[in-house]
Ligand binder design. Structure first.
Ligand code: GH3
Ligand code: MG
Ligand code: MG
Length: 336
């Protein structure tokens, strides 16, 4: 029995938990109106290696959130003017703050208040008396839970093979970026690229080599775009760029940059040099944003289809005036 116990203990100790608090974001905003109380809580947190920022009421707290960007908020329920419940309500209303865990504490709180806090979205509620170690343990649990949720949320938005955004994320972001560009009165461009004869790469060199080619082509595309552009894996070997504040000329140049960069890649996969090319369809909304985001994607897809039809390793764009796709060579010649 004794040895079983110690084995179980060893297993837990050796588990790759990575739960060292220093690896987990640990910035806590403490909201407490009483100076004495605030000092006590702050010292407990600092002793637990938490970075603490302080506020005394809801108004100063809201201001502090923007500056300090806390990973968790620890707030007294009884705040002057607005209560801790109002704080939770306001934070959960705003997209920028709704994911920050809020832990409330209080001397006395009715069951109704505690229930209301949870209904509004508070993560935890501690009623006094509590010792510092318990408060710290709950704060750490809140930080850890938020951290792992953030990792899961990010993973749900990423493509496992290429590390690019996945299609779900793209479909979520595309209309929002389009709307932001429409408000600014700028053009938004969408590029849809597809690797040429990729099936042949798989058939000739194997699926693992194909995966490596796809990964490298994705990195190549990321290197061609601006940091504000979104690059996503749309399907098997189809990559999409959403480029805000980007007109047709800039988008076409970007597509050509990518086409030439991919064609220049000499991919060395386990001793074999593999060459690959890509075709791209480009569509831009124009300043007036007459095309909605779904149409924009569709136009880029149409242009991509034409690029493939034309023989591949090509860029075609959607010409709004003509109402059809055109090869970029003609466009670049007339622009320059
Ligand atoms: P085209 O020039 O017309 O685009 O020809 P293609 O061979 O690239 O097009 P097709 O759609 O016929 O084939 C796409 C291939 O991409 C088939 C599929 O096996 C491969 N593919 C899709 N996703 C992956 C992946 O994640 N890894 C690998 N290795 N291959 C993939
Ligand atoms: Mg293909
Ligand atoms: Mg394809």
């Amino acid at each position: 029995m004794g040895s079983e116990e110690s084995r179980a203990g060893e297993e837990i100790a050796g588990r790759p938990t990575s739960l060292d608090l220093l690896e987990i974001p640990h910035r806590v905003l403490l909201i407490e109106p009483s100076e004495i109380e605030r000092r006590w809580v702050r010292n407990e947190l600092i002793a637990g290696q938490i970075d603490v920022f302080e506020a005394t009421d809801l108004i100063t707290a809201l201001r502090a959130i923007g500056l300090f960007k806390p990973n968790l908020i620890l707030a007294q329920l009884r705040l002057p003017t607005f209560s801790g419940l109002e704080l939770v309500r306001r934070l959960k209303e705003e997209a920028a703050t709704d994911s920050i865990p809020v832990l409330l504490y209080s001397e006395i709180a009715t069951a109704d208040e505690r229930i209301r806090a949870f209904e509004l979205g508070a993560t935890d509620f501690v009623t006094k008396p509590f010792v510092g170690a318990e408060l710290l343990a709950r704060v750490r649990l809140g930080l850890r839970t938020r951290h792992f949720m953030t990792i899961l949320e990010q993973r749900a938005q990423l493509d496992g093979l290429t590390g690019l955004a996945n299609r779900g994320f793209l479909e979520d972001r595309l209309p929002r970026e389009w709307e932001a560009c429409r408000r600014r009165g700028t053009s938004m461009a969408v590029l849809m690229s597809d690797l040429d004869r990729f099936k042949l790469v798989n058939d000739t060199h194997g699926h693992a080599a194909g995966d490596e080619v796809l990964r490298q082509a994705a990195s190549c595309l990321v290197r061609c775009v601006r940091t504000s552009d979104l690059v996503a894996r749309y399907g098997g070997e189809e990559l999409v760029v959403v480029a805000p504040d980007c007109d047709l000329t800039a988008a076409v140049k970007l597509a050509e940059r990518f086409r030439m960069a991919v064609a220049g890649l000499q991919l060395n996969v386990r001793g074999t040099v593999i060459e690959v090319s890509a075709s791209t369809g480009v569509a831009a909304s124009g300043d007036a944003a007459r095309i909605n985001p779904a149409e924009l994607l569709q136009r880029a897809d149409d242009a991509l289809y034409q690029a493939k039809q034309s023989g591949r390793n090509a860029t075609w764009f959607w010409d709004q005036r003509q109402g059809r796709s055109e090869p970029v060579q003609d466009y670049l010649l007339t622009e320059d």
